[in-house]
Structure formats: C-alpha cells, structure tokens
Design a binder for this molecule. Structure first.
Ligand code: BES
Ligand code: MN
Ligand code: ZN
Length: 505
C-alpha cells in the first residue's frame, strides 16, 4: 500500500473516498441520552453534508458505524465515508488505529483501491499518523491464501490529511515507522497462518534465515546435532518423536555502537504442530494446533522490525522449532529429561511440551549473553480459560522490567494482563523422582507453567507472554481479519525501543 500525506484543504482533496471520523459525545453523566454525534472536523463543507444526517439521528458515532455518501456537495472527493469512532471519552490513538483498519476493510469490500483519511483535528500528530498507518496496513492483510476464489483485494494507496504547518519530516518518519511495524506484524501472521505441512521446523528456519538475509541480521539455523551437543535434553525430548527435524533458530541484532548491557533475549515457542504427543489431544479442534508456533513467529517478526528500525540496543532472538507427535520414538509420561542447565524434569504429560522447548531456549539465551529475557508462547489452555481471547497473559519476576513492558503496551495498544509469579506455586511442580515435573495439576495451569519456566531464567529479569488465547482470532473484526493476529510483535518492538532509550536496567 502506498502511504501518503496530504496537506491540501479538505474541499480540494481529489480522492475515491474521504473518510471522516464521528465520535459519540454521550457519556454516562450526560443528561441528554439522545445521540450526540461529534463530527471530527471543522471543515464547513463536510459539516454541511453531515447536517441532515445528524438531524435525522442517522449518525451516532458508534464504533465502526459506516455511512457512505456519493458525490458529496462542495467536495472534490467522489465519496464521503462517516466512520464511527466510539465514545469520545474512550478515544485514543488505539481507537484511531482500529478506525483506520475498519476504513480499509470497509472500502476494500466496496472494491475501492484508494482513499484519504481525515484524522480528528486533535489527532494529526506523529503518534496518531503512525497508529493510522499501522491500523491500515494490518487491516490490508487477508489470510485466505488457499482458497481458489480468493479475491486478494489489496488497497493501493492511503493518504492521511495533516496540517501544512506541522513538521512534515517528523510525520513522514512516523509513516515509515508505522509501515515497518505493521509489515512485521503481518510477516508474523503470514508464518502463523501456514498449516503444519507448509510450516515445518525446517521451513520455519528457512523463512527466518531468508528474512534475516534481507534485513541484514546475523542468523544461524541449527539442527539435531547442535541441539544434542548443547545438551538441550528438554528441547530434544519433544523433537525426538517426529520424523521432521527440529530447528534452533538464532537471530542476532548487534549494532556496533550499542552499550554492552542490556542484551535483550527473545525466546519463542515454535511448535509447528502440537498433537500432544503420547498424551495425545482429542481430535476435535486439533487442527488449530498449527498455530502453536505463534510465539516463535512473533520473535521472528519482532527481529525484522528491530533490524529495520535500528534501535541502539543489542537483541538476540531464539526460536525452538519442533513438531510434537506420538511415534515409536516419542517420549513417554514418566520419562526423565535433563535440560541444558542440568535440571532434571519428570515428564507427566507430553502435551506440556512448550515449556520444555522454552526451558532450553531460555538457558541458551543466557549463555549467549542475554541480560534480560522475554519469552512468548501459546503455552496453556489455562491462560485462555483465565483471560479469554481478549487479553494475553504476562508474567514477570521483576517489577521494574514489568513497568518497562507496561510502558510498551501504552504505545502498542496490545492487551496483556499481569498474572502472578509466586514461589508458593512451585510446590505444585515438585517431582518425587526429579527436580521438577512438567505439569502442576488442574488448577492455576498458566501460573504453574510460568513457575516451570522460571527454573530456567536463574537471576535474570524475565517476562513470559502466554499468548494462547490471543494469537488466533476466531471471528473477523471490523479492523482485522480472522486468523493469526500477530499479537506480541508490536509490544516487543516497543519494549526493545524502550531499552534503547535507557528504560530497561
Ligand atoms: N499448545 C498448547 C496450549 C494451547 C491451548 C494453545 C489452547 C492454544 C490454545 C500446549 O502445548 C498444551 O497442550 N498445554 C496443555 C498443558 C497441560 C497438559 C498441562 C494445556 O494447556 O492443556
Ligand atoms: Mn501441548
Ligand atoms: Zn503446545
């Protein structure tokens, strides 16, 4: 999609469609419960066109409401779309990001190829422009590759109206940043969208290596020999059950001028298909387990953006890619495995495989010099039970590091909710015959999984992102297609940029 800025007066803009936001001015306290639509422009020509619609209560400002007019009087635009942005009191750049996405998806449905978005007068800043670009590019992604009736409607161009008096250089930089971030999120969605037969660990490694080459990142992709050499007994125990070879993907971003510390270690779960192994899952819904590599894919997408945005901080990305299958070579409940740091693990359930591959990935990130860790994984059904599909879970063993992530969320607009890291849960993963066991029983499954991972981070500040519920969108939304969401990519990028600005100690 071409992304342009326009400084023309509204009436002069020649476009397929001019999009104007309308907010709902009612709040709980206002006495007047009648619709109070607030047109987000001071342009008299647009106000004149809206007048009747407002008088007839046809515009309310309700989120994602769409009213499309043709040949609006007094404007050069061929169409005018009034787009609801929701309640004024809830409006922020995050609502604006979604509104831009909703405009793209609505107009694509009308076969339009280009449009101009007029942001609210108060939202014509670099942050707002960046959010608009992110929303539009994310909305332009449709994952229905394998349908022969795929329409593959792509938006050719979006212009964003900004004041002629503003700093055009800063706005252009914001457009470029937004594009990099959203295209990286889409890169992740692309990987996650592929089914297991088209995204084996080998293919995931190849895709990561190709991306790294393109953006100038160092990348090594290792196979079974290296995994065994490194004594990654936990990772290997999952991989051993499949005929597909595992891959240990290592991506490095090491700008010459960056300080020695911090070094951010990103570790992703890359289970390209999770059948459960010998503790096999019910067949109902098992096909969804092709997205069990979404955490790993998020790290690959984040590394892409980091390479292009060039923050001044060192980052290492590690993805442990494997299938989890039952076979005559597969590990069995009761087996004992030794992880890279020497800890022994009793396998209670072979379906708790994500924590096994991450255990060794976290150890390896530390060995490569990471001072701060982040892992992302579709780790537990329990996290989905706790938070549903709206919020993902975040766990942290260090409050200051968590605060840096919370600040990242302010910029990314992604929803994560903090869950506890608490030593009292550790007894739930005590084993009678090994140091720990790989499941903690029925209750608090997202927490006991986190406590298991904590055994492998030692003293390092660490964030664990359980994205099991948020990585796949079941039903299309106004602003995003159903399918892989690309959750965590934007927040990790923001965290790394925070770290470059001295926000991670
Ligand atoms: N990949 C699953 C978790 C998952 C569940 C992801 C639903 C996305 C949607 C993970 O490997 C798993 O199977 N976890 C088990 C752990 C249990 C055996 C302790 C689970 O959550 O049931
Ligand atoms: Mn599993
Ligand atoms: Zn899994």
């Amino acid at each position: 999609m071409k992304l342009l800025l326009s400084t023309l007066p509204v009436t002069q803009i020649d476009t397929e469609c001019l999009v104007v936001l309308v907010l709902d001015g009612n709040d709980a306290t206002s006495a007047n419960k009648q619709a109070l639509p607030l047109l987000q422009t001071s342009d008299p020509a647009v106000q004149a066109v809206a007048q009747d619609l407002v008088a007839m209560n046809e515009i309310t400002g309700k989120a994602f409401e769409t009213i499309l007019l043709h040949k609006p009087a007094g404007l050069r635009a061929r169409r005018l779309l009034f787009l609801g942005g929701g309640k004024l009191k809830n409006f922020s750049v995050h609502e604006l990001r979604k509104a831009a996405g909703a405009a793209v998806r609505f107009l694509k449905g009308k076969n339009l190829k280009s449009f101009t978005l007029l942001p609210p007068d108060a939202s014509q800043t670099p942050d707002a422009v960046r959010a608009i670009v992110e929303g539009a590019v994310v909305a332009d992604f449709d994952p229905d590759y394998y349908r022969s009736d795929r329409k593959d409607l792509k938006m050719d161009a979006m212009s964003v109206v900004v004041p002629a008096s503003s700093d055009q250089g800063a706005l252009a930089a914001a457009v470029e940043e937004g594009r990099i971030i959203a295209e990286s999120q889409n890169f992740t969605r692309d990987l996650v969208n592929e089914p297991g037969n088209r995204m084996t660990p080998t293919m995931m490694g190849d895709r990561a290596a190709a991306m790294c080459k393109e953006v100038g990142l160092k990348c090594e992709v290792h196979g079974p020999d290296k995994i065994k050499d490194l004594k990654m007994g936990a990772f290997w125990s999952v991989a051993q059950g499949s005929d597909e070879e595992p891959r240990l993907i290592v991506m490095r971003y090491e700008p010459a001028a960056a300080p020695a510390s911090p070094v951010i270690g990103l570790v992703g779960k890359g289970i390209t298909f999770d059948s459960g192994g010998i503790s096999i899952k019910p067949s109902d819904g098992m096909e969804k387990m092709k997205y069990d590599m979404a955490g790993g894919a998020a790290m690959i997408g984040a590394m892409r953006a980091i390479a292009l945005l060039k923050p001044n901080v060192r980052v290492i990305g590690i993805v442990c890619a494997s299938e989890n299958l039952p076979s005559g070579k597969a590990q069995k409940p009761g087996d004992v495995q030794i992880a890279m740091n020497g800890k022994s693990i009793e396998i209670i359930n072979t379906d708790a495989e994500g924590r096994l591959v991450l255990a060794d990935g976290l150890c390896y990130a530390r060995e490569l010099g990471a001072t701060h860790l982040v892992d992302a994984a579709t780790l537990t059904g329990a996290c989905v039970v706790a938070l549903g599909h709206i919020n993902a879970g975040v766990f942290a063993n260090d409050d200051a590091y968590y605060e840096a992530f919370a600040a990242a969320l302010q910029n990314s607009g992604e929803k994560f909710w903090r869950l506890p890291v608490d030593a009292e849960y550790t007894e739930m993963i005590h084993s009678d015959i090994a140091d720990i066991k790989n499941t903690g029983g029925r209750w608090g499954g997202a927490v006991t999984a986190a406590m298991f991972l904590k055994e492998f981070v030692e003293d390092k500040p660490w964030l664990h992102l359980d994205i099991a519920g948020a990585a796949w969108i079941e039903d299309s939304k106004a602003w995003i297609a159903k399918g892989p969401s690309g959750i965590a990519v934007r927040s990790i990028i923001e965290l790394v940029r925070n770290a470059a600005a001295g926000g991670v100690k």
